[in-house]
Design a protein around this ligand. Structure first.
Ligand code: UD1
Ligand code: CA
Length: 457
């Protein structure tokens, strides 16, 4: 049996007051539609499509940036969720069962989709709506039952005062038999309080002649959607706590969760502690027994075990075991920090490989550099890697000693065990075991102050 998925993403999101499509509004720095696409990918549909509309180019650009084989459909006018599904008739025709999802309800998950699919098949239903009971049902379509038997979905605007009291709501996710959905779509009208073609009415239309049902999920967050910035903030907070909850189960410690934001894809080993105001994003992996934070921002990094990152910004960098970095250090993309390295305050490292047990203690910039083992950088060293046109690499052999305030003008090579004298500007290769001094001779002028005072008089 072939299954397809249609994700509705055409709405403008007027209530969000955004110039971008609502589905691109982010929860934990990931567009809401990204969460929904992740759930669809985890389910493994035979085909998945996205219906775009308002500022389609932005939604299309995001979908393309994720890769994968996603079909795109376009809804020229935002005339409602039913009208949106109509645009994907070709997809519906190509499969036996269709799952429709809302691009603005990010917490739908694989488990719920599977549970609902099984329920749909076991009940020989032609349409199954996924619902859940929530404490604040305002804004959602209500699930109308009669003696426990599912009857219809009623939009908030069309509800009677009694129906408004119902707490079981429509998640906006459904399973349909393709044939039944294709028959029902042309019968939709916009004869309702919203003046739109409601997809929810398809369930009622199909129900006239065939069995339809509601699959009630125990996970209430699966229904949560965001139509406004306030709701988006609430989704972010829900997601933030969901991720932290899972990490606690994995053996990660938090002294306080204040200001801690971690993407759902992030993996963290046991006995690691995350300190306040730390943001960990993307596909970051952190090992065991680390201390990350306070005030750190880690994005798409691979961090080993026993690593301390205190007030560190790190982007697309790799840090091996037993490394200590910070405070106030930045690792930029392409950086590898090998075992046992120590990096101190006000150090920036870009696209460089820093060998085992090297120390870069203070006020230093290393860019496009290959540094060996056990190298010591004094305070204030700089690799001048850019001449305004091209970038060049600096190579430093193991156990070299780079004196304070050394400028290394790339391309340049420092041999193993070599030393550069403090304040030197190194433009030529320094052979192994040698000392390079590049300074003017120091002159001492005796009694200079006395002469100066005399002249002034
Ligand atoms: C919809 C449901 C409601 C449910 C809620 C769950 C309908 C009529 N109502 O209401 O029962 O409780 O979702 O979150 O379906 N969209 C389009 N084209 C359109 C209109 C919407 O693509 O013309 C997309 C939106 O971008 C959004 C999704 O469909 O991703 C849902 O639309 P929205 O307007 O947010 O519906 P709700 O009012 O939230
Ligand atoms: Ca919505």
């Amino acid at each position: 049996m072939k299954t397809g998925c249609i994700i509705l993403a055409g709405g403008a999101g007027k209530r969000m007051k955004s110039e971008r499509p609502k589905v691109l509004c982010e929860v934990l720095k990931k567009p809401m539609i990204g969460w929904v696409l992740d759930a669809a990918e985890a389910f493994g549909f035979d085909t998945t499509g996205v219906v775009t509309g308002f500022r389609r180019e932005l939604t299309e650009e995001y979908v393309a940036s994720r890769g994968g084989n996603i079909s795109l459909f376009f809804q020229p006018e935002q005339k409602g969720t039913g009208d949106a599904v109509k645009q994907a008739v070709e997809l519906i025709k190509s499969v036996d069962r269709v799952c429709v999802l809302c691009g603005d309800a990010p917490f739908i998950d694989e488990e719920t989709l599977r549970g609902a699919f099984k329920y749909h098949e076991e009940n020989h239903a032609k349409a199954t709506v996924i619902s859940a009971e929530i404490s604040c049902p305002a804004g959602y379509g209500r699930i109308i039952r009669d003696g426990g038997i599912f009857k219809a979905i009623r939009e908030q605007k069309d509800c009677s005062p009694e129906e408004l009291e119902i707490c079981e709501v429509n998640s906006g996710a459904y399973w349909f038999d393709s044939g039944a959905l294709l028959d029902a779509l042309p019968r939709l009208t916009d004869n309702n309080a919203g003046g739109e073609f409601y997809l929810t009415d398809c369930v009622e239309i199909i129900g006239e002649n065939s069995p339809v049902c509601a699959y009630k999920s125990k996970r209430e967050q699966i229904v949560l959607g965001a139509n406004s910035r306030k709701a988006l903030l609430e989704l972010n907070e829900t997601a933030r706590l969901m991720v932290i909850d899972k990490l606690l189960d994995d053996g990660v410690s938090f002294i306080s969760t204040d200001g801690i934001i971690i993407s759902p894809e992030v993996k963290i080993g046991c006995d690691t502690t995350i300190l306040p105001n730390t943001v960990i994003l993307g596909k970051t992996v952190i090992g065991k027994s680390c201390e990350i934070g306070a005030n750190s921002h880690i994005e798409n990094c691979v961090i080993g075990d026993n690593v301390v990152l205190n007030n560190v910004q790190a982007y697309s960098a790799t840090v091996e075991n037993n490394v200590k970095i910070g405070p106030f250090a930045q690792l930029r993309p392409g950086t590898i920090i090998r075992r046992g390295v120590k990096i101190g305050d006000f150090v920036e490292i870009k696209n460089s490989d820093i060998g085992e047990n090297t120390a870069v203690a203070h006020l230093t910039y290393l860019g496009d550099s290959d540094v060996g083992r056990g190298v010591n950088f004094g305070c204030g060293c700089v690799t001048a890697n850019y001449d305004g046109i091209n970038k060049y690499r600096t190579e430093i052999g193991s156990h070299a000693f780079i004196g304070c305030n050394t400028n290394l003008i790339a391309p340049v090579k420092i041999g193993e065990n070599a030393t550069t004298a403090a304040g030197s500007t190194i433009t030529k290769e320094v052979p192994p075991n040698s000392l390079a001094v590049e300074r003017g001779q120091m002159k001492v002028i005796e009694n200079w102050q006395k002469n100066f005072e005399r002249k002034k008089k």
